[in-house]
Structure formats: C-alpha cells, structure tokens
Design a protein around this ligand. Structure first.
Ligand code: DGL
Length: 276
C-alpha cells in the first residue's frame, strides 16, 4: 500500500511558518508539502480577529484547491483566533494549529510552573495560549507579552544585531527582573525562533526556550497515523512547493533564514488570493 500521496498544506501570514515547515519536513520525510505565505498582508498580529479569520479562510481555500489532505496553520495568530472557523470551513480536511502543541511543550518544560508566552498583539489579546496551558496545568502562572517589533526584525533577517539585542532587553527586562521569574519561555510566534540566540542570551541558560515547531510536527505525525493519511514515497523524491502573495524573490531570499536551507529562486509561485 502506497499511502495517501496528496500533499500537506502549511499556511502562515508570511515566511515565519517556514520554521514549522522545516520541522515537518525533517520529521515526515515521506510527505509532500505545499506552503503558502500571505506576504502581501503580513503582519496578521496587529489585525482584528475578523480580518485575520477572513484572510486565513481565503488562504486555506487556495491550499484546498491544491488537493491537500491536511492543513497545518503554522501562524500562531491565525491559530489563536481562527482555528475553529477554519476547522468548520475546511471539514472534512483535518486542520492542526500550533497553539496546543506549543502549550504542551511549555508545560513539559517548566519546573516552577511559571511560563511566559511571547507572541503578537492579537495572540496575546485572545489569550489562547494561557487557556491552552491552563487546560494542561491548572495552577500554572502564565504571563503573556506582545513583542510585535520582533516580527519586523525577523522579517528583515536581523536575527542577532544590536537593534535585536536592544529590543529583546526592552521587552524582556521587566519580565525577568523579579525573583519569581518564569523558567520557561514559549516562543508563541512563527518569527521568534529566528531571534532565539539573542533571547536566550538575555534570559540566561537556566530559562528554557520552547517553540511549537517540533511538537506541532509530532502532532501532525500522530494525526496522519490516526487517520491513515500518511504517504509512503518508498524513499523516492518528495516535493515541497511554495506560494507567496507578494515578492517571490524576497520570499526565497529571506525565507531561507527561517527554512534553514536555500529556497531556489523560481520555486516560489506568486498568487493572488482575492482571485483564487
Ligand atoms: N505568523 C505570525 C504569528 O505566528 C507572526 C507574523 C504576523 O504578525 O503576521 O503570530
């Protein structure tokens, strides 16, 4: 039996979700992927829940037209405010978000039950991470912090510049000053793993940084197995295709920082979601 060869769709507001695609591609070597980054409309993190939902619905419908067998919402903001709407709209195609896996990783890592979540404004406002963490650990103390400037720094490829260090200090200084500082920091935004070195330096080695990429990939593997949707390329080549709503050249150039390997020029297709 050759399994289900249809691709898995991965959606993000931009290039940050490539950190999730990277983990998926590593954990699931037999699967084909289609990635869509809504680069024309990024950031989602400062937009209203209604706008994010509308954008996410348009984007994921494009993935459906690529005959995907499952959709991964790699965008934390879209996962936080639109997951239920997307599940309803895309049924019976299964939809997996990053919030629950990220919360699970944070709960597994903490020793003092104090967890900080760094995310976009919209994710923080919706409090989806706090809810997901409290479902797993009712007595956890959760502090959420909106760090929107980190998105711009990561999009610029400024993983560890002086500006990055200054932004990390400005955001995190108040959080880590008190004696009851969190011991675990959830990077609740696709873009923040790119700044991990600068963040880790500021909070010290005793603070555990977690991001949802690995645990999301694990959740996808479980869901594939549970629904018998997994592919079997039998060791043959697998494909990863990219779509962007703006500037494919920039997507390939900056996206490589998030993806961890080169995205060849010419492999990114420009798409207009309003026309899709
Ligand atoms: N993808 C978004 C997230 O993970 C970050 C970028 C944005 O604000 O659109 O929340």
């Amino acid at each position: 039996m050759k399994g289900d060869p249809r691709p898995i769709g991965v959606f993000d507001s931009g290039m940050g979700g490539l950190t999730v695609l990277r983990a998926l591609a590593a954990q699931l070597p037999d699967e084909h992927f289609v990635y869509l980054g809504d680069t024309a409309r990024l950031p989602y993190g400062t937009k209203s829940p209604d706008t994010v939902r509308a954008y996410a619905l348009q984007a994921t419908h494009l993935l459906l037209s690529e005959d995907v067998k499952m959709v991964v919402i790699a965008c934390n903001t879209a996962s936080a405010v639109a997951l239920e709407a997307l599940r309803d709209a895309l049924a019976p195609v299964p939809v997996i978000g990053v919030i629950e896996p990220g919360a699970r990783a944070g709960v597994a890592a903490t020793r003092n039950k104090r967890i900080a979540v760094l995310a976009t404004e919209s994710t923080v406002k919706g409090a989806a991470y706090a809810q997901a963490i409290h479902q797993l650990m009712a007595d956890a103390q959760v502090v959420q912090l909106a760090c929107q400037v980190f998105v711009a720094l990561a999009e610029e490829g400024w993983a560890d510049t002086r500006a990055t260090t200054a932004a990390v200090e400005d955001y995190l200084e108040p959080l880590f000053a008190p004696a009851d500082a969190p011991d675990t920091l959830v990077l609740g935004c696709t873009h923040f793993p790119v700044l991990a070195a600068a963040i880790q330096r500021h909070v010290g080695a005793e603070t555990t940084l977690v991001d949802s990429a690995e645990t999301t990939a694990g959740a996808v593997a479980e869901a594939l197995a549970a629904s018998a949707l997994h592919a079997d390329t039998g060791g043959g080549p697998r494909t990863i295709r990219f779509f962007a709503t703006d500037s494919p050249e920039r997507f390939a150039r900056i996206g490589a920082i998030f993806f961890g390997s080169a995205i060849e020029d010419g492999t990114v297709t420009l798409v207009d979601l309003k026309m899709a």
